[in-house]
Design a protein around this ligand. Structure first.
Ligand code: ADP
Ligand code: ASP
Ligand code: MG
Length: 455
């Protein structure tokens, strides 16, 4: 079992109450529509650019209507209009830099309330029976971690009863209700997780993630125009891609899809709704299916390249080389919720002192330095140094499990372009390198080409 899968299984939560007549169980009941096909239950999620203005919302309504007319049961999850959440976040910072997270959630969840109401209206205008639902009305229950809450439970039976009569449920993504009875948001990009969690809870046949690209590409198509759309990608590879910077899906949504086996299909909302046959399977539609690795026939060694900018590096020089030193450094950082990523410890020259270098996100660098200053007497380092403006480029592929020498190809290619590598980490199905962020685009394109990913 891979480390990723083990991690996910350890952290999985059962969130759905059992659907009473779950397909594939002994209690299965198939309902047929007028075309004689079994009714499919689908979740359709539309991101910010897909609902960016009134025309786009009308276009979304046309996509939803198409699925309803094909006889499907539909739950829709919407994001806020593009840019809206950023604006709301900036207002919370402006009014009080150190604000109450519960009030932050009240403010930033409001964008989704607007789009859910507008889409319900657009559907009603088109003669489609629809009703909007906020997180608290579902209810979609979360834990108490305001601003980055996790979903704990969804009342699936209630939601199924709402959509099985043919009414479209238009659900505000990104939000739920915490144990304190207050609105809680799921972290940036969280509508993806709302959608996949709802699909898992109601045992949907598919979760369609409509966005501004027509699928998952071998790398961000905004950086490399020669990036290729993949027809399929495994849950594990998608999880690595998302964790390592491909923001096309929120990481937690991929974890959720993997744990619950939700067939998740990334596709474009800009495709003409009239040109799409809702009876088609994912193989005939333009998009990327995220599925089990066994369902992928031709497995490449390298599947994709991801990147994150805004990385920072901190070095502690001349640290005593003794047992417990890592705990003394990284314990206080963890206690202060600072995520440490790559760690490099140099071999000490005389066995008594060493250098410890690690990365954190640029936004955390000042806090990390402050924490380390406060912990200085317990660690006993001589100098603390930091560097910002770095980027992490990651190469991902399940085929790396069985192929040697994949990383050395990258090192040679980057050397040829004169790109200096500051740190390297590797794991079973990926490796990452740290470089100066000015070289991000060049490095991504170089690696994309060297692994034969260009179309
Ligand atoms: P939405 O608003 O629909 O949630 P996002 O902006 O969150 O959309 O995600 C879509 C964006 O993800 C794309 O516009 C694209 O630039 C970016 N992206 C990054 N990496 C990838 C990738 N490997 N494949 C596709 N899109 C990617
Ligand atoms: N509107 C929220 C955000 O911008 C959630 C989402 O779009 O997924 O982060
Ligand atoms: Mg998104």
């Amino acid at each position: 079992m891979s480390s990723v899968r083990r991690f996910i299984l350890q952290h999985s939560r059962i969130l759905a109450k059992q659907r009473p007549f779950a397909q594939g169980t002994a209690l299965s009941v198939f309902v047929f529509n007028f075309t004689g096909k079994p009714v499919a239950r689908i979740v359709m999620k539309f991101g910010g650019t897909s609902v960016a203005d009134i025309d786009r919302i009308r276009n979304v309504a046309a996509h939803v209507k198409r699925e309803v007319e094909a006889g499907n049961e539909v739950a829709v999850v919407v994001s806020a209009m593009a840019g809206k959440t950023n604006e709301l976040v900036s207002w919370t910072r402006e009014i009080a830099p150190m604000h109450d997270a519960r009030e932050y959630d009240v403010v930033v969840s409001s964008g989704e309330q607007v789009t859910s109401g507008l889409l319900a209206m657009a559907l009603q205008t088109e003669g489609v029976d629809a009703r909007s639902w906020q997180g608290w009305q579902i209810p979609l229950k979360t834990d108490n971690a305001h601003g980055a809450a996790r979903i704990m439970d969804i009342d699936a039976e209630l939601l199924i009863s709402r959509i099985s009569g043919g009414q479209v449920a238009v659900i505000a993504g990104f939000q739920g209700i915490g144990p304190d009875n207050r609105v809680a948001t799921l972290g940036r990009g969280g509508s993806d997780t709302s959608a996949v969690a709802i699909a898992a809870a109601i045992k949907a046949d598919r979760c369609d993630i409509y966005t501004d690209v027509d699928g998952v590409y071998t790398t961000d198509p905004r950086i490399e125009p020669r990036a290729r759309r993949m027809d399929r990608i495994s849950f594990e590879e998608m999880l690595e891609m998302a964790s390592l910077g491909a923001k096309v899906l929120q990481v937690r949504s991929v974890e959720m899809a993997m744990v619950h086996g939700v067939r998740t299909f990334v596709r474009s909302s800009f495709d003409d709704p009239a040109s799409i046959n809702s009876q088609s399977g994912t193989d005939e539609l333009a998009g990327t299916l995220i599925c089990d690795e066994d369902e992928i026939v031709e497995q490449e060694v390298v599947t994709g390249i991801a990147y994150t900018k805004d990385e920072a590096q901190i070095s502690l020089r001349r640290v005593p080389d003794r047992p417990g030193i890592s705990a003394a450094i990284f314990g206080p950082l963890a206690d202060n919720h600072i995520n440490v990523d790559m760690i490099v410890q140099s071999v000490s020259e005389d066995g008594s002192k060493t250098d410890m270098t690690f990365t954190v996100s640029e936004g955390d660098v000042n806090k990390a330095k402050q924490v380390l200053e406060e912990a200085r007497s317990g660690i006993n380092y001589e100098i603390i140094q930091s560097d910002t403006g770095l980027a992490k480029i990651s190469v991902i592929g399940i085929g790396m499990r069985s192929h040697a020498g994949v990383a050395s190809t990258a090192f040679a290619a980057l050397a040829e372009k004169n790109i200096n590598i500051r740190a390297i980490t590797t794991s079973e199905i990926k490796f990452s390198i740290l470089i100066d962020s000015d070289y991000t685009e060049l490095a991504v394109r170089t690696l994309h080409s060297v692994y034969g990913l260009n179309q």
